[in-house]
Design a protein around this ligand. Sequence first.
Ligand code: PLP
Length: 377
Amino acid sequence: MCQRERRSWATIDLNQLVRNYEIYKRSLKVDTKVMTVIKANAYGHGDSEVAAALQKHGVSMFAVSNVDEAVTLRQAGITGEILILGYTAADMADVLLEHNIIQTIVSEEHAAALAATGIPVRCQFAIDTGMNRIGLDADNVDACERIIRTYQEKLQICGLFTHFCVADTDQEACVRFTGEQVQKFRAVVDSVADLNLSYIHCCNSAAGIFHLNKGVEFKGIDRIVRLGIILYGLKPDYSNTIPEEIKPVLTWETSVSMVKELNVDETVGYGRTYKATEKRKIATLTTGYADGYNRGLSNCGYVLLHGKRAPIVGRICMDQMTVDVTDIPEARMGDRVTLLGRNGNEIISADDMAQLLGTIGYEVVCCISNRVQRFYI
Ligand SMILES: *Cc1c(COP(=O)(O)O)cnc(C)c1O
């Protein structure tokens, strides 16, 4: 780390990332392959660095959300397969071909637009089995088959995939719905089995660990798992239990800029939302919502310093925030503060923070802004 920049920084443990990958992979059948999902700057962890570490470890399939992310990976020296999981306008077809990127086809209209370019882009069809976001409607198997066969001749179709919407929930109705999605997907896969498409996949992190080989029958569509959130050591849903040795790989820290006394009836910050009912000690920190620290944590979240919790008081500002350190007498200017990660015996994870915010760990890490320097160990 640059010794002079001590404002707001994240440390990404690439060894732990690879360990998470290994532990997850070991829970699968030996012949199941893992496509690592590193969209959105690897869920905020830094896509080039994360992909390079995985490639070095032998990973050869990556998924991203758009062309820019895919090209970034190629420029970082990633040579494996790269699948774009969402829509790309057909006028980018030349870029897709140039960088050997696989594009998802979201609809028949999208397939037609890509084919009309005359550029033989490599593609996979998204099949919609209940998410109702993108893909050919699996309820109409005949139409799916016709469209896949039509464009098999015009584009280079190399796969089919679907996406689950409740694979992270073990409620009976959700498990049943996942099973129905599997059946619908399989019907489409079977209708074009003679095409011998290389890439047939459906499982996200949650499905791969909670459903695959566990009751729901995945035969024939279980060759690849798309591993996202658990790679980063976070849970698909707060209620999930994941293997204990899988741990968060990102730590986010900041510094104390000053410590001051607060007298009775004095308030802190914009809107004067916190008022001291007794003498308090306040520490100001050098991170704010422009760094991606969610403003929803105003007067409700906490940070860690000197191995203790310090509750956030007042509103989170753009570049600064304030915490109560009355019970941490040793707090002073220059102290290191943990926003996410372990400090002494205390720990705060993105999942914990997400629960306070009523969101998911995915959003917490994805929102850590570019201003936060990333360091890799
Ligand atoms: C993001 C994404 C994934 C990865 O999901 P996780 O829950 O992070 O494992 C897999 N497939 C698709 C289509 C996605 O968009």
